[in-house]
Design a protein around this ligand. Structure first.
Ligand code: NAD
Ligand code: UDX
Length: 465
């Protein structure tokens, strides 16, 4: 089978960049990304490339090249499904907020809706690809829905989880460590796998394309995220021990990372991991383990989440205790709100929890983030439901200039590791702050010695200072 048209359902952080790269690398394939969110599609179609709904370095250039040529964004979902030879499902799979598995299991309602819509609209055989991160064995549910429509259309289901990280999505997509494709072992299944392999070989070396059975592929995605998050929680656990013992977590991290069995990546202590994936996927893994009655397995992975919650809590506690046990009425400036640098995504960002804790202590907060818009910040707080929206808006102000944000502030808390923060005029910031002026570096990115020379009182995560 020669793929001429692809449809991707879900124009989010994964669907958008992934399909833009496929379209760029496969000009012979027409790629249409569809979404129910009209304003998101309108933003993807915006002639002003700075208005794309997702900020990712390098993405604007790729969209500019492919959009209108063989890359299209649309809200006409039925038409795109009908025309497509291959359909990627890239919709969100958040943690369930209701019913059985509430707070743990992945909510698959959007996936099921997609499957039903594909089943309803399709008139010819299609390959359906799970791009979303899904619990192991979801493919069989999708297959069931697709095959019980009675219109004789045959579907092949593949699992092709996405490993891109936000902030480096384009780089990760252009040069992935591996592409994973899981499929059925039947002849038809193998053919479908090969069709997807052929798409990726347009730019990915063959040896980096791994094919497995479908359950291994689904489970590998949850496993990869659990292992990565576990490294962050492990180093964060050590960061607390470092603070007590006089060790410096950056030095410990470097020393252990040089052991090739451990490796140097993902060993940066922080105020806690955020993002839309780690927490959700580990909770899902814990839920799956529990479902199979594997209590010890569930407890083991749950600890990664508990450690992360503890790290956020202890960071805000540290701010309060350092500021003489009260932050009531004091201005605290946040540098960064996104869950990591080079993205405008704030989902599960540590900043949200830290802000919520400090607002509960009646602090006044000023937030500066280079890419996150004001409404997103208020929406993140409102989502927690800790206080009424007016109170959030009174106590927390969003600023678009770091110097303005830090004026008359008692303390600066660094919540995101944006590179720009390192190059600020810290003397100017210091001069305009209340004294003593404190810095709480939750990302370990600032030159603490230089800041101490200026006069700042500094706390850096995982070190005695
Ligand atoms: P997202 O929320 O940014 O995007 C999902 C999009 O799907 C939304 O725009 C939503 O409107 C749309 N949608 C939902 N139901 C729909 C329907 N029935 N029809 C059409 N559109 C629909 O989510 P995301 O971050 O892109 O994540 C998507 C999936 O990819 C999730 O399963 C996630 O776990 C996985 N994933 C995410 C990342 C990441 O870094 N964000 C990385 C790898 C995998
Ligand atoms: C993650 C996975 O890395 C990616 O492979 C998967 O496809 C989606 O989930 P993402 O959440 O976009 O990607 O970002 P990632 O770089 O993994 O960072 C997650 C969080 O961990 C961020 O808050 C980051 O700041 C934090 N982190 C990461 C640390 O605190 N220390 C580290 O050493 C690395």
């Amino acid at each position: 089978m020669n793929i001429k048209t692809i449809c991707c359902i879900g124009a989010g952080y994964v669907g958008g960049p992934t399909m833009a790269v496929i379209a760029q690398k496969c000009p012979h394939i027409k790629v249409t990304i569809v979404d129910i969110n009209e304003s998101r599609i309108a933003a993807w179609n915006s002639s002003d490339l700075s208005k794309l709904p997702i900020f990712e370095p390098g993405l604007d250039k790729i969209v500019e090249e492919a959009r209108g040529r063989n890359l299209f964004f649309s809200t006409n979902i039925d038409k795109a499904i009908d025309e497509a030879d291959m359909i990627f499902i890239s919709v969100n799979t958040p943690t369930k907020t209701y019913g059985k598995g509430k707070g743990m299991a992945a909510d698959l309602k959007y996936i099921e809706l997609c499957a039903r819509q594909i089943a309803k609209v399709s008139k010819q055989n299609k390959i359906v690809v799970e791009k979303s991160t899904l619990p192991v064995r979801t493919a069989s549910a999708i297959k069931n829905i697709l095959e019980n429509t009675g219109n004789g259309v045959r579907f092949q289901i593949l699992s092709n989880p996405e490993f891109l990280a936000e902030g480096t999505a384009v780089e990760d997509l252009l040069s992935p460590d591996r592409v994973l494709i899981g499929g059925d072992s039947s002849e038809e299944g193998k053919k479908a796998v090969q069709v997807l392999v052929d798409i990726y070989t347009n730019w990915v070396p063959k040896e980096r394309i791994l094919t497995t059975n479908i359950w291994s592929s689904e489970l590998s995605k949850l496993t990869a995220n659990a292992f990565l998050a576990q490294r962050v929680s492990s180093i964060n656990a050590m960061s607390e021990l470092c603070e007590k013992s006089g060790a410096d977590v950056n030095e410990v991290s470097k020393a252990i990372g040089m052991d090739s069995r451990i490796g140097s990546k993902f060993l940066k202590a922080s105020v806690g991991f955020g993002g839309s994936c780690f927490q959700k996927d580990i909770l899902n893994l814990v839920y799956i383990a529990k479902t199979y009655g594997l209590e010890e397995v569930a407890d083991y992975w749950e600890q990664v989440i508990l450690m992360n919650e503890h790290q956020k809590q202890r960071f805000s506690d540290r701010i309060v205790s350092t500021l003489y046990n009260t932050v009531s009425g004091k201005k605290i400036t946040f540098f960064g709100w996104a869950f990591k640098k080079d993205t405008n995504d704030t989902r599960e960002s540590a900043a949200i929890k830290v802000a919520d804790n400090l607002l509960s202590e009646q602090a006044n907060i000023a937030v500066f983030d280079p890419k996150v818009v004001e409404e997103r910040i208020y929406a993140d707080l409102e989502h927690l439901n800790s206080r009424n929206p007016e109170e959030n808006r009174t106590l927390l102000k969003v600023e678009n200039d770091p110097y303005e944000a830090s004026k008359e502030s008692h303390a600066i808390a660094v919540l995101t590791e944006w590179d720009a923060f390192k190059t600020y005029d810290w003397k100017r910031i210091y001069n305009n702050m209340n004294k003593p002026a404190f810095i709480f570096d939750g990302r370990g990115i600032l030159d603490i010695k230089a800041l101490q020379k200026i006069g700042f009182v500094c706390y850096k995560i995982g070190s005695g200072s």
